[in-house]
Design a binder for this molecule. Structure first.
Ligand code: PGA
Length: 246
């Protein structure tokens, strides 16, 4: 089973209208590497102008509320993100799980809402350093998947991003062997949950992916792409990561 690689940027709370010029070269790279799916999750305020600027690139949100509308000050719904032009959203990023106290059940509800809106979801999971050092990493991650992944999830609309919390923004990455072990464990968990469809679900690695380590990480077994934070903010760093996936 060959899965198309997906390389998604995550700008987090960074960027501005001026920074959208970075997307021009990223969109060009996406066209040049047609075998790779390329996406960028921008701040909500930049979704519409990003889509207006680079129509060919898949632009997404970094979070959506599980409800379609209502009294949820400061939140945006999947429908709102879609109207602005988002094709997908990240859900359950560890920064949201930590900062906003999002639970697995919240993450699952958000992913379900995205599917209901014919959008794609990147569902994030990952262990903390304490959990890894205690030998609990696989148990933690597979439990997150069990509780965060909607029933009936398919590879057409759902991807998983394995992002060890201790690797995000730190410059530290797991070894290729540790990544292979975790992605294999995630694939096995997916098989147990959704059967043969598990072969179609892309499992991205995220956490300090750079132009220097992308080629190694992206060619580990069961790594079907990358979720890239800091190195997605500039075309100079993101384009080589796209190329490494090809
Ligand atoms: P990073 O972030 O690439 O800056 O480590 C990855 C992420 O949080 O998605």
């Amino acid at each position: 089973m060959t899965r198309r690689k997906l390389v998604s940027g995550n700008w987090k709370m960074n960027g501005s209208l001026g920074a959208l010029s970075e997307l021009d070269a990223i969109a060009e790279a996406a066209e040049a590497h047609a075998g790779v799916d390329v996406a960028v999750a921008v701040p909500a305020t930049l979704i519409a102008p990003a889509v207006a600027r680079v129509a060919t690139l898949s632009i997404g949100a970094q979070d959506v509320h599980a409800a379609d509308k209502g009294a949820h000050t400061g939140c945006i719904s999947a429908a709102m993100a879609k109207e602005a032009g988002a094709r997908f959203s990240i859900v359950g990023h560890s920064e949201r799980r930590a900062d906003q106290g999002e639970t697995d059940a919240d993450v699952k509800a958000k992913a379900e809402t995205l599917h209901a809106r014919a959008m794609q979801a990147i569902v994030c999971v990952g262990e903390t350093l304490d959990q890894r050092e205690a030998g609990e990493a696989e148990a933690v991650v597979t439990a997150q998947i069990a509780a965060s992944l909607p029933e009936g999830a398919t590879g057409a609309w759902c991807a998983i991003a394995y992002e060890p919390v201790w690797a995000i923004g730190t410059g530290r990455t797991p070894t290729a062997g540790d990544v292979a072990a975790m992605h294999g464990a995630i694939r096995a968990k997916l098989r147990a949950m959704i059967g043969a469809e598990a072969e179609k679900v892309r499992i991205l690695y995220g956490g300090s992916v750079t132009p220097d380590n992308a080629r190694e990480l992206l060619h580990v077994a069961d790594v079907d792409g990358a979720l890239v934070g800091g190195a997605s903010l500039t075309a100079a760093k993101f384009v080589p990561i796209i190329a490494a996936a090809d």
